[in-house]
Design a protein around this ligand. Sequence first.
Ligand code: NCD
Length: 316
Amino acid sequence: MTDLLSISDLERGDIERLLDLTDHFAEVSARPIPKVPALRGKTVVSLFYEDSTRTRLSFETAAKRLSADTMNFSVSTSSVKKGESLRDTAQTIEAMGIDCVVVRHKSSGVPWQLTRWVDAAVVNAGDGWHEHPTQALLDCYTIRQQRGSLDGMHIAIVGDVKHSRVARSDIWAFTKLGATVTVVAPPTLLPPAIGTYPVRVSHDIDSVLPTVDAVYLLRMQRERMTEALLPSLREYTATYGLTRERARLLQDDALVMHPGPINRGVEVDPDVADEVRSVIIDQVRNGVSVRMAVLFLLLGSGSELLPPEVAVPEAV
Ligand code: NCD
């Protein structure tokens, strides 16, 4: 593997080996000094053309824990504001000898385009509505940590599936690992091609909740909506939100998940987001370890998926 562009490109075995490798970096992250010299001398640049809090911080933390040098590129303070093209920006970065570009962009396909312009490894940190592979990997890791395996699980993905790259990557990842996925949304918030995805579709959250092992709530992505797809947010919450009353329909050990940022009170009740079944904070914590595994795989010794017994260097 030389780049990480999408989950749909990966085989089940690739995903499993990445999750196994993540165990090693979770162990590193739990040390008093959570830092190893694995990527000393390597440089990772974050090229974020869209806003981000956790994904950007998570990649940066991951790179630093591996002793890589990190650079941040912010569109609002760069020459993009002066009209510089993506290609020129990429070539400028390449000329500086960067080893890895972590890219987020509002257009689908940009990470693929970058691979044609730069020799550096490219990691997709979200391309438009298309994919967000490291989010799916950290989601799978979190479920595996709680349940041991995704095999045979039933997972509901609820909400704005249409605009969600997280939903697309999760659908591929969860089903490749053996789970059944039901998407629950009003028809206006489903992609027109939903029939081609390996999912069941429901418009009735109350009948689905009692049957699931995990419920994955999506943010209402209003910044991507160009037309009125909902009568009102209040109506959405009443019909599809994980309210306190609805949360009682869940099994006692069902997991409550969300990629963040949360619109508390819209897709999930504020108390439910913090309750004991919620693993939302675990998702964020695991995100760092998963991204360490991805960066190590792409930039560390050899570019093949490494066996689980790979030696992670001692703490510096
Ligand atoms: C998501 C994203 O940007 O795709 N957030 C994230 O990366 N954790 C989901 C969202 O913005 O709703």
